[in-house]
Design a binder for this molecule. Structure first.
Ligand code: ADP
Ligand code: MG
Length: 518
C-alpha cells in the first residue's frame, strides 16, 4: 500500500538531488526492482534520447498505487517516523519516481499477480495524465523515462561526456549485482546487448581473469567475507575492496582500512587485495540518512564490526581450503601436523578422566577431552549459529543496556518485562535444557564480539575434564575433532593434543638396534 509521508518524516530524510545522472536513474530504478523482489532485471539505455527503461519480474504495482507512485514522498516502504529505524528495503524516501517524472517523461507498465497489466503516463508533477490503460504484459514492472534532463539545460551541460556516463552506469550495475548476487541482469545499449550477468558467481563474470578457485569465502549469520587468495590474486588499485551493507555497496573508509590492514604483509608491495565484506546489520543499528544517494552510512558498534571483519579475514587466510593450498600451508608451517589429513584415529582408553588415548599408523595421541570437544562445538557454532524458541521463558534481572544489546545482537529474543527485568524467549541451541542456562546466558551477555560469545558458549557446553567417558563417546569426540578446520588449539589458544610419532617412538626405544634376527 502506498503512503504519502507526513511532512515531519520528510524533513528527517536527507533531501537532495536523488537523480543527477543517467547512472543514478539506473540505480534508483534497479533498486526499486530489487525491492519488489525481482530476480531478473533488464535495462535498456538509449543515449540519444536520454532514455532509460528498466523491466523486472517483481511483484508489480496495483491499479490504485499506480495512480500515486510518482507523487512526491509516496512510498510503500515506510509509513511513519518509527519505520525510519527499521528500513529493510533499498528505497524508502519515495522520491525517485517523482524526481524522474519532473526530469523527463515517465511511463510505467505494471502487472500484479493475475490482475490485468496497466500502463500509465505521468506529467511533471507526477500525476497521471490518463487513467491506467489495460495492456498486455508479463507479471512485473517496466519503468521508462525518456528525455531525461531535457527541461534542465544547465544540468545537461554539467553531465560528463557520454562515454564517461556509460562507464558510470557499468560501475553502478556491477555494484548492484555484487551486492545482490541473486539477481540476473541483461543490459542493452542502443538496442544491442551490452552486459549480461547470471545470478550466482557474479565476481568471476565481471573479472574473467579470476578463477573461482582463487576465491574463498566464509559465511556467518551477519557477515560474509569473500576474498582472493593473496598468493593467487591481487590488484594494482584497491578497487575491489568493497563494503556492502544490507545489499548496498557503500563508501566506508574506516572499514575499507580495516580490510586493507588485515592483508598487511600478505601481499606484494603496492598491490591490493580483492575482498568483499557483506554486512547484515540490524536496521536499527544504522543511519542511511547521511547521504542523498545512500553511498554513506553510519553503523553503530563500528569497532565490533572491525574486529569481526579482521578475525574473519585472518581465519580465511589461515584456513587450508583446497588440497593444493593445504599442502602449501603445511610446507611453510614446519612442525605442524595435519590432524585432518592423518589416518583416522582410534580411541583406546581414557587416562586420568581427562585425556583420550588414541592411535593410528602414525603413532599415539593424547587428546584433552575438554579442549577437543570445545573446538568441535566452537566450529559448529561458527558454521551454524542456531537460536531456538524455548517453551518456558527465562527471566533475567539487573542487566545493563550493553548486556541487552549484546543479547539482541546474538539474535536472542529478549524484551523488557517490568522494572529491571527482561524476558528471554529463545536461546542458543546448546543452552536449551542446560542446567546452568541462566548463568551462562548472563556471561554471554558480557561478550562484545560474536567470536567471544561462541568461544564462551563452546567452553561452557563442552564435556568437562574429570568426566568419565565410554569408548564410543571418546571415538565420536576425536572423530569430530579430527575433522575441524583448526584442530591445534581450543578457541582460547590452549593446545589440544600431544602426539608421539611412531618414528620417534622407534628412536626412543632404539628399535634400529640389530639384536639377533628379530
Ligand atoms: P521508494 O523506493 O523510496 O519507496 P520510489 O519513488 O522509488 O520511492 O518508488 C515509489 C513506490 O513505487 C515504491 O515504494 C513502490 O511501492 C513502487 N514501485 C516503484 N518501482 C517499483 C517496481 N519496479 N515494482 C514494484 N513497485 C514499485
Ligand atoms: Mg526507490
Amino acid at each position: 500500500m502506498i503512503n504519502t509521508l507526513p511532512p515531519a518524516v520528510v524533513r528527517l530524510i536527507a533531501a537532495g538531488e536523488v537523480i543527477d545522472s543517467l547512472a543514478s536513474a539506473v540505480r534508483e530504478l534497479a533498486e526499486n526492482a530489487i525491492d519488489a523482489g525481482a530476480n531478473r532485471i533488464v535495462i535498456n539505455i538509449w543515449t540519444d534520447s536520454f532514455t532509460i527503461q528498466v523491466t523486472d519480474n517483481g511483484k508489480g504495482i496495483s491499479y490504485s498505487d499506480l495512480l500515486q507512485v510518482a507523487l512526491p514522498h509516496t512510498t510503500s516502504k515506510i509509513a511513519n517516523q518509527e519505520d525510519l529505524t527499521n528500513i529493510t528495503t533499498l528505497g524508502f524516501r519515495g522520491e525517485a519516481l517523482h524526481c524522474l517524472a519532473q526530469l523527463g517523461k515517465l511511463t510505467i507498465i505494471s502487472r500484479q499477480g493475475s490482475a490485468p497489466a496497466y500502463q500509465v503516463d505521468y506529467n511533471q508533477q507526477g500525476e497521471c495524465i490518463n487513467l491506467p490503460r489495460e495492456t498486455a504484459f508479463a507479471e512485473g514492472t517496466t519503468v521508462k523515462v525518456t528525455n531525461l534532463f531535457a527541461h534542465y539545460p544547465q544540468r545537461l551541460s554539467m553531465l560528463p561526456s557520454m562515454p564517461q556516463q556509460i562507464r558510470q552506469i557499468q560501475k553502478q550495475v556491477y555494484n548492484l549485482a555484487i551486492a545482490n548476487p541473486h539477481v540476473s541482469w541483461q543490459i542493452y545499449l542502443e538496442n544491442k546487448e551490452w552486459l549480461k550477468l547470471w545470478a550466482g558467481d557474479i565476481i568471476t563474470q565481471i573479472l574473467p581473469n579470476l578463477n573461482s578457485t582463487d576465491l574463498v569465502s566464509l559465511d556467518y549469520r551477519d557477515l560474509q567475507v569473500i576474498l582472493g587468495l593473496p598468493d593467487r590474486y591481487h590488484r594494482p588499485r584497491p578497487d575491489w575492496v568493497k563494503v556492502i551493507i544490507n545489499r548496498r555497496v557503500v563508501h566506508y573508509p574506516e572499514l575499507e582500512q580495516t580490510i586493507l590492514n588485515s592483508f598487511q604483509r600478505k601481499l606484494p608491495r603496492n598491490r591490493y587485495p580483492l575482498c568483499l565484506v557483506h554486512i547484515k546489520a540490524s536496521p536499527s543499528q544504522m543511519d542511511w540518512n547521511r547521504h542523498p544517494a545512500k553511498l554513506e552510512v553510519y553503523l553503530d558498534q563500528l569497532q565490533y564490526w572491525q574486529t569481526y571483519i579482521t578475525d574473519t579475514i585472518c581465519r580465511l587466510l589461515e584456513r587450508p581450503i583446497q588440497p593444493k593450498t593445504t599442502r602449501q600451508l603445511f610446507q611453510v608451517a614446519e612442525n605442524s601436523i595435519s590432524y585432518s589429513t592423518a589416518p583416522q584415529l582410534c580411541a583406546i582408553a581414557q587416562v586420568l578422566k581427562t585425556y583420550i588415548l588414541a592411535e593410528n599408523s602414525q603413532g599415539i595421541y593424547l587428546i584433552e577431552q575438554h579442549t577437543a570437544h570445545e573446538r568441535v562445538l566452537y566450529e559448529h557454532l561458527e558454521d551454524q549459529w542456531q537460536i531456538v524458541p524455548i517453551p518456558e521463558p527465562i527471566l533475567l534481572h539487573g542487566l545493563t543496556e550493553t548486556q541487552v544489546f549484546n543479547l539482541t545482537k546474538m539474535a536472542v529474543d529478549i524484551s523488557e518485562f517490568g522494572s529491571n527485568t527482561w524476558v528471554v524467549r529463545s536461546l542458543p541451541k546448546l543452552l536449551v535444557d542446560h542446567p546452568e542456562a541462566v548463568a551462562i546466558l548472563t556471561e554471554l551477555s558480557q561478550q562484545e564480539e560474536m567470536s567471544g560469545v561462541m568461544a564462551q558458549l563452546a567452553c561452557r557446553s563442552a564435556i568437562k575434564n574429570g568426566t568419565e567417558l565410554d569408548l564410543a563417546t571418546m571415538q565420536t569426540i576425536i572423530q569430530q575433532w579430527q575433522a575441524t578446520r583448526n584442530p591445534h588449539t581450543c578457541p582460547h589458544g590452549r593446545p589440544i593434543c600431544l602426539h608421539l610419532k611412531s618414528n620417534d617412538l622407534a628412536r626412543i626405544f632404539r628399535r634400529n638396534w640389530l639384536i639377533g634376527n628379530s
